[in-house]
Design a protein around this ligand. Structure first.
Ligand code: ATP
Ligand code: MG
Length: 671
């Protein structure tokens, strides 16, 4: 239940007010706890000797070509070196060794295309296909240390392409299919890639959607700029739509692979060899090319995938709905699950094609037992109503995960009740492109979960909340989330820009990694994420969190989604402005001026009751859509532009660039 908390608790310090109170708690069932991979003693083991704990994970979860002797070298801080004198190959760890261990017949991927075509890929199949692709890359001139851009829909070939790069020791940089030619061009240039892997197109919302034209455009000379570094383009045939073809540059994927042997010797690389570069979502500004290396990254993705999701590779069917263009797709579709030998579902399309029950239908069909998705998807399904998932058998589910944004407590409750049958643990996992793997999360067999809180740093991770002076806040206080010890899957920098790396993450506080997120600690010491520091609002001297006000709005039954920003205000410094999407049957209520005024009043009163008068939005605007990144995160900075009547800023990483026009047009039109 949410209730009101005093707003001026001195213990909360100058950093962030601590407003919304949530007291529900869901301990794991005894049966679940008894069978869980991770028991409570994992915390003790990790804190007894943190580095030795990670070394054990690295030895236990991975197969090394040359064993490492040194765990962490932090002498070049803030660039860490983990397991640096060991060598290994990521694709070998993700594929070959499972075949060698006798699991070649195990299904690695149940692929489901949006039009309903399916493909079952075993670990043995994957080994052959990745080997052919690795040979093809070599034939096309890709060498160890090169960069390859992958611009593909969600296909088996996308996973194969990533693993083939890893197999030859080339770093991949996956760009979301559907990003514009300009976004693609700037990433190609920044990474100085020599090869692009793309497709003719993919299926989206019931129709083929072209991809290759964006690649052609991104590689065409522009403004007399330097010729591109790209020599070859490998094209997967998916939709069979017509494509322009550049002779000598473009090569069909299926032809290239057919010409190669299905045997390939993986290239053993040093643990610190680059595995990939991934550009962040760009929620707050210009994307950063985040660099990840091999040994530490694989250790922590495998460790978290095994313990946070309680994976049992022989019996579970795992499904992470993230696109491979997002870090979640890297760590929890490709590397974590495959290194652990999991069986997983890979789905090409959108949740509402051809109908709004598609995801639930897939869970029933493949008997999915672990589901990992994002709050934006959960809120959308809430908006569509309970009867849609209610029409499918979801009883195979046993663990549910959430990632990407703070999950509003009401969305968490809905997820558990409607999708999890009031039975499954939920893991709310906090992490970033930069952290490479999950950092803060409940352990499903150990932690009594609280709706809306990521709660505790995982065993082996040291995180805390500090105030402006870098002092840890007491329980009950709010401030900035920081990581105080290096972790194996941490970024090794921003590609080609060490200064920006130091500046962005290590200059705010000395010797602490600054995550950029606001957080509070509750009375039990559990961590609650409160939104980005850039989004924190200052209203009459009170620092308010976007997340808490949004969660209060979403807890009103007429609201499906909410985004809150602080807009300049002459009297209060900033004023709270809320953008809300109303739930289906209420959507029309705001279409007349009287209706809109009524909705405004109702919601302002609701926030006042849930949180306190200080948090009442000054303005509430009813909209049909919110601007989101391709990974489903709300881009508040664009809404701030609207609220402050400015031209809308850089929107190139939006999933749907027309949304901002829709919002500004809707607000200008007389209600
Ligand atoms: P950019 O850094 O370019 O602005 P981004 O931060 O959106 O983009 P990601 O690395 O995909 O790119 O997102 C990480 C951020 O997502 C975190 O810093 C946090 O703000 C948010 N986040 C992720 N998971 C959670 C979670 N479980 N709870 C709260 N916030 C989360
Ligand atoms: Mg970020």
């Amino acid at each position: 239940m949410t209730d009101t908390h005093p707003t001026s608790d001195p213990a909360s310090g100058p950093s962030l007010e601590n407003l919304l109170h949530e007291s529900r708690s869901f301990p794991p069932s005894e049966e679940f706890a008894a069978q869980a991979n991770a028991k409570a003693d994992l915390y003790e083991k990790a804190s007894a000797d943190r580095l030795e704990f990670w070394a054990e994970q690295a030895r236990e979860l991975l197969t090394w070509k040359t064993p490492f002797t040194e765990t962490l070298d932090w002498s070049g801080a803030p660039v860490a070196r983990w397991f640096a004198d060991g060598t290994l190959n990521a694709a070998y760890n993700a594929v070959d060794r499972h075949v060698e261990a006798g699991h070649g017949d195990r299904v690695a991927i149940h692929f489901e295309g949006e039009p309903g075509d399916t493909r079952t890929v075993t670990y043995a199949d994957l080994q052959q296909e990745v080997s052919r692709a690795a040979n093809a890359l070599t034939t096309l001139g890709v060498q160890t240390g090169d960069r390859v851009i992958i611009y593909l829909p969600m296909l088996v070939e996308s996973v194969v392409a990533m693993l083939a790069c890893a197999r030859v020791g080339a770093a991949h940089s996956v760009v979301f299919g559907g990003f514009s030619a300009d976004a693609l061009r700037s990433r190609i240039a920044d990474a100085e890639a020599t090869l692009v892997i793309t497709a003719d197109g993919g299926y989206r919302r019931g129709a083929p959607s072209a991809l290759k034209p964006a690649v052609d455009e991104a590689l065409a000379p522009k403004d007399g700029a330097d010729p591109t570094s790209v020599r070859k383009v490998l094209v997967v045939r998916r939709t069979e739509q017509d494509v322009d073809w550049v002779e000598g540059r473009d090569v069909w994927w299926h032809e290239a692979l057919a010409a190669e042997s299905d045997q390939h010797e993986p290239v053993a690389v040093e643990a610190e060899h680059p595995l990939f570069i991934l550009y962040t979502s760009g929620t707050t500004g210009k994307p950063k090319g985040i660099l990840h290396t091999t040994g530490g990254y694989l250790t922590q993705t495998a460790y978290t995938h095994k313990n946070v999701f309680d994976l049992k590779p022989e019996t579970d069917v795992y499904w992470c709905t993230a696109d491979i263009g997002w870090v979640t797709g890297h760590s929890y579709v490709v590397y974590g699950p495959l290194v652990n030998g999991a069986t997983q579902v890979l789905y090409e399309g959108t949740p509402d094609t051809p109908h709004r029950g598609r995801w639930w239908e897939l869970i029933e069909k493949y008997k999915v037992s672990i589901l990992y998705t994002a709050p934006t998807a959960i809120r959308t399904c809430m908006k569509w109503g309970d009867d849609i998932p209610g029409g499918f058998d979801l009883s195979s589910l046993r663990v549910l995960g959430s990632v990407g944004e703070p999950i509003n407590p009401e969305a968490w409750m809905w997820y558990r009740r409607v999708i999890g049958g009031d039975r499954t643990p939920i893991v709310d996992t906090w992490w970033q492109t930069e952290t490479g793997a999950i950092m803060i999360s409940p352990l499903p067999g150990v932690t009594a979960a609280k709706p809306g809180s990521a709660q505790v740093p995982l065993p082996g991770i040291v995180a805390t909340v500090v105030d402006d002076e870098a002092k840890p806040v007491p329980d009950g206080g709010g401030g900035y989330l920081v990581l105080s010890e290096p972790w194996p899957s941490m970024l090794r920098g921003i590609w080609g820009d060490l200064e920006r790396y130091k500046d962005t993450y290590w200059s705010r506080f000395e010797n602490l990694y600054f995550a950029g997120d606001g957080a509070k600690k509750d009375e039990d010491g559990d961590i609650w994420l409160l939104g980005r520091v850039d989004d924190v609002m200052n209203v009459s001297g009170h620092r308010l969190s976007t997340t808490e006000i949004e969660s209060a709005l979403v807890s009103n039954p007429i609201v499906a989604e909410a985004a809150v920003v602080g807009a300049n205000d002459e009297t209060t410094g900033q004023a709270v402005v809320a953008f809300v999407i109303l739930r289906g049957e209420h959507a029309n209520r705001a279409s007349t001026p009287e209706g809109a005024a009524e909705v405004q009043k109702e919601l302002r009163d609701h926030v006042g009751k849930e949180i306190g008068p200080i948090a009442k939005p000054k303005k509430i605007l009813v909209v049909a859509e919110l601007p989101k990144t391709r990974s489903g995160k709300i881009m508040r900075r664009l809404l701030r532009d609207v609220a402050e009547d400015r031209a809308v800023g850089d929107a190139t990483t939006l999933a749907d660039s027309s949304v901002m026009d829709l919002i500004t047009a809707g607000l200008q039109a007389p209600a």
